[in-house]
Ligand binder design. Structure first.
Ligand code: BG6
Length: 282
């Protein structure tokens, strides 16, 4: 593991393991690349991403915490929480067989309690880089009252052609279309021919992302996660986002491992909860 300077002067941990390589920015503990050795990149980053204070990276794995989407009551609070904009600390880096394991920490400070979220907490994010990529976020309530939060590992997966991509594993599950409202379950995998923004609640299923243009299958297996979000902005929304290239929507899909809305987590004082996901590509 090497700590270096990335674009915008951001500090980035570069991992070159025998089984895979990765880069993780300390800002947001934001993983931006993962490539299994001998394979092609599995995680998508926008060419148009900004690397500047106060703006999240576009692509990779943003950590959304402690709320998902807009803040429920404060319109000035950052989208998807403050964790992806905060400086995390690299607490540990070690080898485990062919894997490299990194641990990042974020805890409350006087500043987070005053201006972002009035709660004592510890977030411990473990990234295991190998032939598989595993991500695990453990949140502990360090306060003396109940703690409730939403969370998402908002992963952007790379595909060669979204129009030939399908996401399987969510068939049979009702969902909320963020554009049109509650929808009944479908019997076929999710396919993409328009903006797609879906929340599946009470759904711990493993999903697979198959890109027929290359034959690659990415498996997304999760634990401690009851919600899944599937997102592709398509043409108009891509064009409207300053940090997203107009035609880049063809090369990505977000399959997000979450606990959001009715699946938000509540912890008693001292209690912890862990959400984990692992990715493999074949
Ligand atoms: C997805 C949401 O998870 O994140 C979308 O479902 C949203 O509605 C997208 O547009 C990107 O959010 P942001 O804040 O990174 O632009």
């Amino acid at each position: 593991v090497e700590l270096g300077m990335g674009p915008g002067g951001l500090t980035v941990a570069r991992v070159f393991g025998p089984a895979g390589s990765a880069e993780i920015y300390l800002r947001g503990a934001h993983l931006s690349t993962w490539t299994p050795t001998g394979g092609t990149p599995v995680i998508w980053m926008s060419e148009q991403s900004e690397y500047a204070p106060g703006v999240p990276l576009r692509g990779g794995v943003p950590i959304c915490f402690p709320w998902f989407g807009a803040h429920p009551t404060d319109a000035t609070a950052p989208s998807h929480g403050f964790a992806r904009l905060a400086d995390w600390q690299l607490a540990e880096a070690r080898e485990a067989g062919d894997d490299v394991v990194l641990v990042f920490l974020l805890t409350d400070t006087e500043a987070t309690r005053a201006s972002a979220w009035p709660h004592p907490f510890e977030a411990r994010y473990t990234v295991t880089v190998g032939a598989t990529l595993s991500l695990s976020l453990r949140v502990t309530n360090r306060g003396s009252t109940k703690l409730s939060f939403e969370e998402a590992l908002h992963t952007y997966l790379a595909v060669a052609d979204i129009r030939q991509t399908e996401v399987a594993g969510l068939e049979g599950a009702p969902f909320t279309d963020r554009l049109t409202g509650p929808r009944p379950a479908e019997s076929t995998p999710v396919r993409f021919d328009a903006e797609t923004d879906r929340i599946y609640l009470n759904n711990p299923a493993t999903t697979t992302v198959t890109d027929a243009s290359t034959g690659r299958v990415i498996t997304v297996a999760k634990q401690g996660s009851a919600s899944t979000v599937v997102w592709n902005p398509w043409i108009d929304k891509a064009a409207a986002m300053a940090d997203f290239g107009d035609t880049e929507y063809t090369g990505m899909v977000c399959v997000e491992t979450c606990n959001i809305r009715d699946n938000a987590i509540t912890l008693a004082p001292g209690e912890s909860h862990e959400i984990s996901v692992s990715y493999s590509a074949a």
